[in-house]
Unconditional design. Structure first.
Length: 95
């Protein structure tokens, strides 16, 4: 009953609003983004995914694009995910 009453109080909208506030971003909690894809659409051997006609995903997805957004949102570490099966893609991520 306590939880139900708490969720119905006016504090909930304030907490939800503050999720993006600077007070949360300056927290001592270390945020880790555990699923980041990094790829260069201009690589000589191309990339198998995303398709060129996908205007949302077919764009540069490089660390220099991701780092400012991550830092602004309190992310301090990432796990790079490579979903392809091409050795060249895996090696490119390691390099």
């Amino acid at each position: 009953m306590f939880l139900k009453n708490f969720l119905l109080t006016p504090i909930l909208p304030v907490l939800l609003f503050c999720i993006g506030c600077n007070s949360f971003k300056k927290s001592s909690i270390e945020v880790v983004d555990t699923h980041v894809h990094v790829y260069d659409i201009h690589r000589e051997d191309g990339i198998p995914w995303p398709p060129k006609d996908d205007s949302t995903l077919f764009r540069e997805s490089m660390p220099e694009n991701f780092i400012p957004v991550a830092k602004a949102n309190g992310v301090r570490k990432v796990v790079v995910v490579q979903a392809g099966d091409r050795l060249t893609d895996n090696q490119w991520n390691l390099d």
